[in-house]
Design a protein around this ligand. Structure first.
Ligand code: CAA
Length: 291
């Protein structure tokens, strides 16, 4: 199936990154959110991130202008339903995702492919609540979307070959690389990455290291571009906790128990960069460790 237009539901950090790369690759993009402010903020972020790519010579000023012109925002699900490919990129909660699918389903064209950017929730279960499990897939981008090369493709039990091959082609058209993962909790990247970050929080909780020494150790000792606590703040501590809970519930193994200190930060509303505070405090000039 030829995909020309894409509907992105959710204008948060993943949604704006996804809209950015699709618009740059020549797709018509419709961005949707329940909050008009979030949509405005997303468009401003895309503009800023494209400027960053223009200033580094990665994107020409003409291509930036063309990409911006391909992005439209809408609060109307009927507009989203008219696109060829819908990507849900809302918050990592199954009830929220199910509600979104319920509201968009009556508007979808029969041939539209429906996907979720979920980082951990069962694709088969999400698909089973829709009218098109055979045209439903997990389409998992990494943050920051414009920079990260990988996209995970996750087929549910009912996903058909046509849908999968269409998305393989779409990923290639974005200049990115697809990795296929089976539909088990947190797929490949997060099954490995998020328990590593949770372990870093245990190392902090048990006093083995502090925020700075833990991050320095993994940056300088393992060549990670960001330390695990810095990365957790970047992803969002609520998202990290949600993924640990999916692993813990879905695999029933105590090795996936979320660290109580991670739970505490989330209870405090210290969710990382997006709220100005997490393992670091971002409210000043430079990030300051909070422990
Ligand atoms: N949009 C466009 N370009 C961006 C960008 C954005 N949002 N963020 C960074 N960049 C570009 C910069 O312009 C820069 O470009 P050049 O190479 O052309 O100079 C490049 O990316 C590097 O950026 P910086 O120099 O500002 O900073 P850096 O070298 O520290 O790199 C980083 C930043 C790419 C984010 C790097 O720290 C990194 O790779 N971190 C790890 C990210 C990671 O692990 N992501 C996966 C998270 S897991 C996930 O997403 C799955 C999930 O479901 C939770």
């Amino acid at each position: 199936m030829a995909v020309q237009s894409v509907g992105v539901i959710g204008a948060g950090q993943m949604g704006n990154g996804i809209a950015h790369v699709f618009a740059l690759a020549g797709y018509d993009v419709l961005l949707n959110d329940i909050s008009a402010e979030a949509m405005q903020a997303a468009v401003a972020t895309i503009d800023k991130n494209l400027d960053r790519q223009v200033s580094r010579g990665k994107v020409s000023a003409e291509d930036k202008a063309a990409a911006m012109a391909r992005i439209r925002t809408t609060t109307d699900m009927a507009d989203i339903g008219a696109t060829d490919l819908v990507i849900e990129a809302a918050t990592e909660r199954e009830d929220v995702k199910n509600k979104i699918f319920e509201s968009v389903l009556p508007h979808l064209k029969p041939e539209t492919i429906l996907t979720s950017n979920t980082s951990s929730i069962s694709i088969t279960r999400l698909a089973s609540r829709t009218d098109r499990p055979e045209k439903f897939m997990g389409f998992h981008f990494m943050n920051p979307v414009p920079v990260m090369q990988l996209v995970e493709l996750i087929r549910g039990i009912a996903t058909n070959e046509d849908t999968y091959q269409t998305l393989v082609g779409v990923v290639a058209s974005l200049g990115k690389t697809a990795a296929s993962a089976e539909d088990f909790p947190a797929f490949i990247v997060n099954r490995i990455l998020v328990p590593m970050m949770n372990e870093a929080v245990y190392v902090l909780y048990e006093g083995v290291g502090n925020v700075r020494s833990i991050d320095e150790s993994m940056k300088l000792g393992a060549n990670h571009p960001m330390g695990p606590l810095e990365l957790a703040d970047f992803i969002g501590l609520d998202t990290c906790l949600a993924i640990m809970n999916v692993l813990h519930d879905g695999l029933a193994d105590t090795k996936y128990r979320p660290c109580p200190l991670l739970v505490k930060y989330v209870e405090a509303g210290w969710l990382g960069r997006k709220t100005g505070r997490g393992f670091y405090d971002y409210r000043g000039e430079t990030p300051v460790p909070t422990r």
